[in-house]
Design a protein around this ligand. Structure first.
Ligand code: ZN
Length: 386
């Protein structure tokens, strides 16, 4: 019962965030409408705003005991959708965890690496993201990296980019990487070498070098209890999530925020809506079409097997299930405006109280049209279906 309650609360938070994001992105599209947009009578908002729009018939579906609405458009954003991002990242975390478990199960070692760079408070997020991605690929494409890898017996790696924002320091994009080594490595040597290589790669791209003390951090992933208790170590069982689940983290320290927190009422109150909205829009725009997690060439084939699913495939995979009852698109739009009611409907469906769920739907269907709170319906009616 407690898990059901927890799930209900998580859903309410997730859909509130979704509605907030959609309304900001739609407003933004309208404010920046081009002449062509005005002539054709609509401005298409960025994809995450369209996530959850009905494609036709909507069905309440049960998948592994959980209720989902199917028949909806999904944006499949691995960065900026409160609904799709957790699904995609959970799958990436699971795959990476499998690879890590298999590797440590064979008696090998893992190192968790964090690479940061100095930046100004006003630096655009897109610039920071370009720099860390390019510095990482320049570094790992170099002769020196190949030599270090051979010397230390590093066979594979996976890397992700994580983003935080704080009022004092602006956008902060940094790299997390998991290195798969044959045996425990000399952490100090790895850290010194990486610090130098990372610093040079950044300098070459016109960025400043990171500080020796804080720029690069290497932590051993310890598999023994004694090791796990030691300084600078990470527990192995959650390492997949450490790399991939930026969506679930809270910003560290008092001021640091993760992007999804920009959609939460306490943060909006603190920053002011205009500022929170501008930051969110910058985040959505800057992360479009960027890969969230990359694996080195043979990591998947040697440790997990199978082909890597695209973000879109991961979302599509979650769709098949047992259809329980249909929801008319108009009723669905009304439901979507009320995350609390929608979460209640899902809980009732999961506990098998489908007649109660159907009563709720009938009630909503006959409700007179009220004011929208996600500002979504008008934009949705005006946009063509994909
Ligand atoms: Zn989405």
């Amino acid at each position: 019962m407690q898990r059901l309650e927890e799930r209900r609360n998580l859903r309410i938070d997730m859909w509130r965030r979704r509605n907030r994001s959609a309304s900001w992105l739609i407003d933004h599209a309208i404010e920046h409408a081009t002449r062509t947009d005005r002539l054709r009578g609509f401005a298409l908002p960025m994809r995450p705003a369209r996530c959850g729009w009905p494609l036709g018939r909507v069905d309440m579906t049960l998948i592994d005991g959980r209720a989902y609405a199917t028949g909806l458009e999904h944006c499949a954003s691995p960065w900026a959708c409160p609904v799709c991002t957790p699904v995609i990242r959970a799958r990436r975390a699971r795959d990476l965890q499998r690879a890590a478990d298999r590797w440590t199960g064979e008696g090998h070692a893992l190192v968790f690496v964090t690479l940061t760079r100095p930046h100004t408070k006003s630096e655009p997020l897109a610039d920071g993201l370009d720099l860390v991605a390019r510095a990482w690929s320049d570094m790992t494409g170099s002769q020196r990296w190949r030599k270090l890898r051979n010397d230390l017996g590093i066979r594979h790696h996976a890397r992700s980019v994580e983003i935080t924002w704080s009022p004092g320091h602006g956008w902060h994009a940094h790299v997390h990487a998991l290195l798969f080594a044959d045996a425990p490595v000399d952490r100090k040597r790895l850290q010194d070498e990486l610090c130098d290589m990372w610093g040079r790669a950044l300098e070459h791209l016109g960025s400043r070098r990171p500080s020796k003390r804080h720029g690069v951090l290497c932590e051993n992933v310890e598999t023994t209890p004694e090791g796990a208790a030691s300084y600078l170590s990470k527990p192995p069982d959650r390492i997949g999530s450490e790399i991939t689940r930026m969506d679930r983290k809270q910003g560290r320290g008092h001021d640091s925020l993760t992007p999804f927190q920009l959609l939460d009422p306490p943060v909006i109150r603190r920053l002011g809506e205009w500022r929170a909205r501008s930051l969110w829009i910058e985040y959505v725009e800057s992360t479009q079409r960027r890969r969230s997690i990359t694996w080195s060439r043979h990591l998947r084939s040697s440790l997990v097997g199978g082909r890597e699913a695209s973000d879109r495939q991961i979302i599509d995979d979650t769709i098949p299930g047992m259809r329980l009852y249909p929801i008319a698109p108009r009723t669905w739009r009304r439901l979507r405006r009320s995350p609390t009611l929608l979460a209640h409907l899902c809980s009732r469906t999961e506990t098998g109280e489908v007649p109660i769920a159907l009563d709720i739907i009938r009630l909503i269907a006959h409700e007179r049209d009220g004011k929208t709170d996600d500002g979504n319906d008008e934009a949705e009616r005006r946009c063509p279906r994909p």
